[in-house]
Design a protein around this ligand. Sequence first.
Ligand code: 11C
Length: 342
Amino acid sequence: MGYRVAVVGATGNVGREMLACLAEREFPADEIAAVASPRSQGMEVEFGETGKMLKCQNIEHFDFSGWDIALFAAGSGPAKEYAPKAAKAGCTVIDNSSLFRMDPDVPLIVPEVNPEAIDGYLARNIIANPNCSTAQLVVALKPLHDAATIKRVVVSTYQSVSGAGKEGMDELFNQSRDIFVGDTADAKKFTKQIAFNVIPHIDVFLDDGSTKEEWKMMVETKKILDPKIKLTATCVRVPVFVGHSEAVHIEFENEISAKEAQNILREAPGIMLVDKREDGGYVTPVECVGDGATFISRVREDPTVENGLILWCVSDNLRKGAALNAVQIAELLGRRHLQKAA
Ligand code: 11C
């Protein structure tokens, strides 16, 4: 007997990718439910490329009892209202919103980094999925931390508009077209024009002048990887549809050469090293779309600090940054705790 899995927020960017990942990875499910807001009730969504269509069920009337796992990709509001209900009904929630991430009773999991932390999920029957920009970063940092102990990270992100949902993608598309034909480009989703521009602002501003996206990268890295790591981030929205990029500056406790780091990263789980030190010998966001790997390029020593390295890290934010990581958590949960098979 396999699992009964509900995908909540099935019509959104991440929900659709969750369905695609479940199908592609042949997750051992007997039944998959697409669940969405009342306005999407009855709408059909594809179950990946299987040719199978799923009719969306209304979250307001969905009974989670008897369902094993719910992958939530509906944002913090619906997570607040429905995740505890689902968890209480015996359905383990894997939530992609930021709502539960810093709750000490909710494990925040990246399977390549802290799989053992999942064992704490029973306190609330909820597991949190990290922010997309954190997920790819910690996959890259983990093997290097194991080898030479990271003290401090300075990261600048170049985040695609799909991180802001379908509305963000539509805004980039419409503005690009409008500017191209000489029309004025309206900014609705973003605070400034995103087409042919970059915006140093993601999520809300905090009192210290940083943004919540930058804060999330710091606190989530500490929770997932090591609370002793100091991290500071500048998060920037760029006119790319899918794929987040990061320039990462790392200071280590111990000596580590670029060559050693490349060798470690080449063998590390979830990482694809593409680092040829020649024209085009690196990965850009358009090349990582639809892929589950975290791509690392441009590994080099930083001569301005002791034991410093710099690298370039790119991943599909809808996949490893969200849907794929959630499905990997479901697989881990199955292996370690639920142990059902199809
Ligand atoms: C973005 N990283 O690119 C955000 C999207 O906390 O889950 C995901 C926000 C989150 O806008």
